[in-house]
Design a protein around this ligand. Structure first.
Ligand code: GLA
Length: 413
């Protein structure tokens, strides 16, 4: 007599139905995942926040091909390019006010007489990348040149074809003088047009945070402005950092929150304030786009210890790509923290008081996400010093108003 168990037929049927259902649901979710992947702008760019320079903060419309080339030279000769600052981004005001008879954008003759292709060639010959600027409206914000609304494919082709192999690498796409339709309608048109050119072009959405671009930007661009324009003051800078922080959980490799370009070196803030500015941008995984006159060697030397701090740059470029958050706010004393690769953490102690005596800011390990009883190795990335002993419980610093300390913490026991 056979000893193998026998199942009633209804069990077999149930089992079969279950397996079939499982198979169907897993192939459905595989299909959904594939569809999701297809809807991404799979240009492979922005796996870490972009680094480079942009003409707007320092020069506004006063730009020309000579100074763009001199900026490329400056990035190389100062060593900043080697540290990762490779994008040379031309902002507004590079084109003529009207299109040519075929509807093409035309580089401004008086300021870019050799054309953008020649500038691209020059910038690329230095091992750098070229960025350009347009607008999802009828004019750019300066109103000195046409926007791309209604001309997305044509302009994308222009950007991708100024030189057969090496053209535009980055497009900042602004939001002025639009037709009132939602950015979620206008921006993807340019994204699709750029994708169609076959050239990987970094897409920087400059929609100022109007419609919470952090919530939809990942499928449309490689970064998205979360704020209005920065200016070279403490109040402006710190408010942009605050507005940007709200969306920290939505930043990730391939898509970053952008609180606007750096003002370090433009002269409107103190040394300590610029250190806070650069620290906040670095830990927030913001694009690090220099906004001072990089062609001026003296100006560059004056801020090289800030924007050239490799330890801070490495935090920004960390492969984990997690944006730091405010983990504790005690009046004007704040703790910003986030994980970085290798089971390490970045923590910023910030005294954001506007005036007054020095103040002590303390971060406890559990404010940072480290088990409270851990012993921790502490690296001060502005002092370039590792504390001689592992630290228990918390890290504290006393500092003047509008200044910060920035540490990398590594639990060691
Ligand atoms: C807008 C953008 C700025 C800059 C100017 C140019 O204000 O937000 O970053 O590009 O336009 O006109």
């Amino acid at each position: 007599m056979s000893t193998s168990p026998t199942f009633p037929c209804s069990y077999c049927l149930l089992l079969l139905l279950l397996v079939a259902a499982l198979l169907a649901s897993s192939s459905k979710s595989a299909a959904a995942a594939a569809a999701d992947r297809r809807s991404l702008i799979a240009n492979g760019l922005g796996m870490t926040p972009p680094m480079g320079w942009n003409s707007w903060n320092h020069f506004h419309c006063d730009i020309n091909e000579k100074m763009i080339k001199a900026t490329a030279d400056g990035l190389v000769s100062s060593g900043l390019a080697k540290l990762g600052y490779v994008y040379v981004n031309i902002d507004d005001c590079w084109a003529e006010k009207t299109r040519d008879c075929k509807g093409n954008l035309r580089p401004k003759k008086s300021t870019f007489p050799s054309g953008i292709k020649a500038v691209a060639d020059y910038v690329h010959s230095k091992g750098l990348k070229l960025g350009i600027y347009s607008d999802a409206g009828y004019y750019t914000c300066s109103k000195t040149q046409p926007g791309s609304l209604g001309y997305e494919e044509q302009d994308a082709q222009t950007f991708a074809s100024w030189n057969l192999l090496q053209d535009i690498d980055y497009l900042k796409y602004d939001n002025c003088f639009n037709d009132g339709s939602r950015p979620t309608i206008r921006y993807p048109v340019m994204t699709r047009a750029l994708m169609k050119t076959g050239r990987p072009i970094y897409i920087s959405l400059c929609e100022w945070g109007d419609l919470h671009p952090a919530e939809w930007g990942f499928n449309v661009g490689n970064s998205w402005r979360t704020t209005n324009d920065i200016s070279d003051t403490w109040e402006s800078m710190i408010s942009k950092a605050d507005e940007n922080e709200v969306y920290a959980h939505l930043a990730r490799p391939g898509g970053w929150n952008d609180p606007d370009m750096l003002e370090v070196g433009n002269g409107g803030m103190t040394e300590n304030e610029y250190v806070v500015h650069f620290s906040l941008w670095a830990i927030s995984k913001s694009p690090l786009l220099l906004g001072f006159d990089v062609a001026n060697a003296t100006a560059t030397r004056a801020v090289a210890h800030i924007v050239g701090n490799e330890e801070v740059i490495r935090i920004n470029q960390d492969p984990l790509g997690v944006q730091a958050k405010k983990t504790r706010m005690m009046g004007s004393r704040e703790i910003w923290a986030g994980p970085i690769s290798g089971y390490r953490f970045v923590v910023m102690l910030l005294n954001r008081a506007d005036a007054g005596d020095d103040d002590t800011v303390t971060a406890y390990w559990d404010d940072v996400g480290i088990p409270a009883k851990s012993l921790v190795e502490v690296r001060d990335v502005w002092e370039h010093k590792t504390l001689g002993r592992a630290v228990a419980g918390n890290i504290s610093a006393t500092m003047p108003p509008r200044s910060c300390k920035l540490y990398i913490l590594k639990p060691v026991g």
